[in-house]
Design a protein around this ligand. Structure first.
Ligand SMILES: C[C@H](O)[C@@H](O)[C@@H](O)C(=O)CO
Ligand SMILES: [Mn+2]
Length: 591
């Protein structure tokens, strides 16, 4: 998608409509507020292709309903996906507000004394609330002087938090989730719920049978030149790091089969990508329909069991698709769920749209208590590990960005693709070994990625769950990745699936409730999987969830970072309970 097709942020300068003095005196100040907000956004926010976010400002300040309607018209033509209204003064509430119920909205009311911007903010929010149009209110803590071009830090934080969530809402709308295959091993998250995707996210569900992969391999429906390049790269960067075959002698695949598996998994990766995004080369080959793809912003592959019982598993493909690079160089990751767990795939999509980074898909596998670590390894956990850790590990399908071999300010990180350089790609590849798949699980062969994530990365684990009687709920845990001494990791690793990638996660605990300790985070996790994003993005996820009427069932985010539409305050005194009531009252955005 070209940048100019991405949704834009619409800025609405709101003004007191009284001519002959008031309006004229406020025109420049009001329009400048809008320009400053647009500048903040285009300097700090980026589309998935790395281009700066674009803003559209109304042609005139909005002093009444005619100008509000003109602005709405302009925004429709310009593909505006969210709006921010700004004002330094008193204006006329219901006469000027954005009435489009489908797009996220915020108002920044200037905290000044010369003119009452905050009074408009309160009046306009009251109007939105009365009319059932959830809107975020932004009111700076400190009084500013009229015409001050600075946006204070607290206002900036809220403007950015709102816009990140709003852009995520707009970017998902109209796209597809592509399910390749159906339900994997009875995992509920892989019962792809088209109603949820349609009503809550405005997305379509596309379903393709796994046999489509076989057809395209057998009938050679892929770009042959790209395949040569891809296979050459894979030989040089991955086959050289093929791990030892730990399978029992009687099951081991011979070299010829293993070489064929490498060829197959590279083709499968290209085919899965083509299925999601399309590929014009297929059109030139006479496959016009295949060239179109499924307009997928996220997808997933069933894999287990019907496929993996006789064909190479999806681990290599899933790992490469989810990474910020492949044989064509550094590029945006494709969001792709293992075991077709769309609820984890969409959790990954949320993290990706908020940060533009690759996302870790993992089983939330084991809580290792300090006592258990000491009993099994003889080492007494210390430092960050005193309360133990959660072992995240899935069948070798994890993004290679999860190695933590990129760096930011000298520390391990996962960055947007445009900040990653080739030496970091080499480090991620060097840190990854590709083990012949565990054949008792995966009879059809394939290769699983294996690495241990660097410790010291701030991360956020989240997960959408669908609960009958409520609908979707989101859980969020901020924390850090931790390293383990070599001998400790080796012992723990050998007790489990040692051909898979591992990340050890320590959530930030609060001593109470769901976050009483590390154990309780594991104990309260709502499914077998989690989506892990670099950085502490819990507050951004909470704002996004509120825009989508998805309540947050568990989180460890400080109260003062939580930013939801103003009406949430009217649903009861406690934030989290109010969240459930507000989400239920508004319901899904696209119903
Ligand atoms: C190989 C196994 O079936 C794994 O894939 C399984 O433990 C899971 O990942 C379940 O989420
Ligand atoms: Mn799994």
């Amino acid at each position: 998608m070209k940048s100019n097709h991405y949704p834009k942020i619409g800025i609405r300068p709101i003004i007191d409509g009284r001519r002959k003095g008031i309006r004229e005196s406020l025109e420049d100040t009001t329009m400048n507020m809008a320009k400053n907000v647009a500048k903040l956004y285009s300097e700090n926010l980026f589309y998935p292709d790395g281009q700066p976010v674009e803003c559209v400002i109304a042609d005139t300040c909005i002093g009444g309903v005619k100008e509000a309607a003109d602005c709405a018209e302009k925004f429709k033509l310009e593909n505006v996906g969210l709006t921010v209204s700004v004002t330094p003064c008193w204006c006329y509430g219901s006469e000027t507000i954005d009435m489009d119920p489908m797009i996220p909205k915020a108002i920044w009311g200037f905290n000044g004394t010369e003119r009452p911007g905050a009074v408009y903010l309160a009046a306009a929010l009251a109007a939105h609330n009365q009319k059932g149009l959830p809107t975020f209110g932004i009111y700076g803590r400190d009084v500013q002087d009229m015409g001050d071009p600075q946006i204070p830090a607290d206002v900036k934080e809220k403007l950015l938090r709102f816009a990140k969530g709003g852009l995520a809402v707009a970017l998902m709308k109209g796209k597809s989730y592509l399910a390749i295959g159906t339900v994997s091993m009875g995992i509920a998250g892989s019962i792809v719920d088209a109603d949820f995707l349609q009503e809550y996210l405005g997305m379509r569900t596309e379903y393709v049978d796994c046999s489509e992969i076989l057809r395209r391999v057998e009938q050679e429906i892929y770009d042959k030149d790209e395949y040569q390049k891809a296979f050459g790269w894979t030989k040089e960067k991955c086959v050289v790091n093929e791990g030892e075959d730990y399978n029992p002698e009687h099951l081991k695949r011979n070299r010829e089969q293993k070489d064929k598996d490498w060829e197959f998994v590279v083709k499968m990766t290209m085919i899965m990508r083509d299925l999601m995004k399309g590929n014009p080369v297929l059109g030139k080959m006479g496959y016009g329909e295949e060239a179109m793809g499924h307009n997928a912003i996220a997808g997933g592959f069933q894999g287990q069991r019907q496929w993996t019982d006789f064909m190479p598993n999806g681990d290599f493909s899933e790992a490469i698709l989810n990474s910020s690079f492949d044989w064509n160089g550094i590029r945006a990751p494709h969001i792709f769920a293992t075991e077709n767990d769309h609820l984890n795939g969409i959790s990954m999509l949320f993290g990706n749209l908020l940060t533009n980074t690759a996302q870790i898909f993992a089983d939330v596998r084991t809580y290792w208590s300090p006592d258990a670590i000491e009993r099994v390894t003889g080492w007494k956990p210390e430092g960050l590990l005193v309360d133990g850790a959660i072992h995240l590990i899935n069948s070798g399908s994890c993004t290679l960005d999860g190695t933590g071999k990129q760096s930011k300010d000298g520390k391990p990180a996962m960055k947007p693709f445009w900040e990653i350089d080739n030496s970091e790609v080499d480090k991620m590849l060097d840190a990854t070994h590709w083990y012949p798949s565990s054949l008792e699980y995966f009879r059809g062969g394939g290769y699983s990625s294996k690495f241990l994530s660097e410790g010291g990365m701030p991360v956020t684990m989240c997960r959408l769950n669908i609960v009958k009687g409520i609908g979707p709920v989101l859980q969020i845990a901020e924390g850090v990745t931790v390293g383990l001494p070599d001998h400790v990791f080796n012992t723990i690793d050998k007790r489990t699936d040692k051909t898979w990638p591992s990340t050890f996660f320590v959530p930030r605990v609060t001593g109470k409730g769901r976050f009483k300790d590390v154990y309780s985070v594991m104990n309260y996790w709502g499914s077998n999987h989690g989506a892990i994003s670099y950085g502490h993005i819990g507050a951004d996820l909470i704002s996004l969830a509120s825009m989508l009427s998805i309540p947050v069932s568990m989180h460890n985010i400080d109260e003062d970072k939580i930013f939801r539409p103003a009406s949430w305050a009217a649903f009861g005194p406690e934030n989290d309970n109010a969240d459930y009531r507000a989400c239920a009252a508004y319901g899904p955005l696209y119903k």
